[in-house]
Ligand binder design. Structure first.
Ligand code: ZN
Length: 275
């Protein structure tokens, strides 16, 4: 009888030991899993991930659950989680790849390097940054060989010029509407000397979409380093309505890449050039 009780006690102790051990094991695995989860921040995989922005990425992801991780990071880095014209940053120096948009502006006295006259394929008094001008003349000459007429109708603009333009639009349409098609002074890409509006001489630039020249530009502009800056399907990123007439010079290599990947300049810039 005593022997049996002893065996029973030993058995009970053994059972407790087994239960205790397995409890300890599962707990430990859980702990490891938690640690792994903490270290496994999926945003970190991207070269343009910025640790300071982590909370903004998480909030943006919650608001836009269908966006890829990459797009969440890029859009937050662009500042798209803030309203246009808030959290703005001054771009102090001219750079041929500079970005000027509703978050990045230049000061009133900013002047692009190497501004030159556009002496062909332009209305009077047009100025552009030199390399942009050379590329435009080359493009317009090639277009003419295909019987296409490209003409620069608005190029470099000063702060004061843009200020007048914008204020007039506001007077007519109000701030909200004016903001969809016109930049506030300092925020205009025209101020960089790297952007221009084009018509085909025969019809107003606002009807450029309906011209053969527009189709030619869609097929050929990138070969000369120009991109359609405000495309129809990127309005929420650029903050501008579709502008078939407005082109930005970024060089052949970048323009080609952007065309192949259907990117607007914000997407390209914040993936590859943001430092
Ligand atoms: Zn324009």
């Amino acid at each position: 009888m005593k022997k049996e009780i002893n065996v029973l006690i030993i058995l009970i102790i053994l059972i407790f030991l087994i239960i205790g051990f397995s409890y300890f094991r599962t707990n430990n695995t859980k702990k490891n899993e938690n640690i792994q989860e903490e270290n496994n921040n999926p945003f970190q995989e991207y070269s343009f991930y910025q640790e300071n922005n982590l909370n903004r990425y998480l909030n943006y992801q919650e608001n836009y659950p269908n966006l890829s991780l990459k797009d969440v990071i890029l859009r937050v880095n662009m500042n798209l989680d803030h309203s246009f014209y808030t959290q703005t940053k001054e771009v102090k120096e001219f750079n041929p790849l500079m970005i000027v948009n509703k978050y990045n502006y230049v000061s009133r006295d900013f002047t692009p390097s190497n501004l030159v006259k556009v002496d062909k394929f332009a209305i009077n008094g047009m100025l552009l940054e030199e390399n942009c001008k050379l590329a435009f003349i080359e493009m317009a000459s090639k277009a003419l060989e295909d019987n296409m007429n490209l003409r620069a109708v608005s190029t470099y603009r000063t702060y004061d010029y843009q200020n007048n333009l914008y204020n007039n639009y506001v007077k007519n349409d109000g701030v909200e509407e004016a903001d969809t098609y016109s930049a506030r002074p300092g925020f205009s890409e025209h101020h960089t000397g790297l952007a221009l509006d084009i018509d085909n001489i025969k019809t107003s630039y606002t009807n450029f979409l309906k011209t053969e020249e527009f189709i030619w530009m869609m097929n050929n502009a990138y070969k000369y380093g120009f991109i359609l800056r405000y495309p129809e399907d990127k309005v929420e990123i650029t903050g501008y309505m579709y502008e078939p007439w407005h082109y930005r010079f970024v060089g052949v290599e970048i323009a080609t890449y952007m065309k192949e990947h259907n990117l607007t300049y914000e997407e390209y810039y914040y993936e590859f050039l943001d430092k």
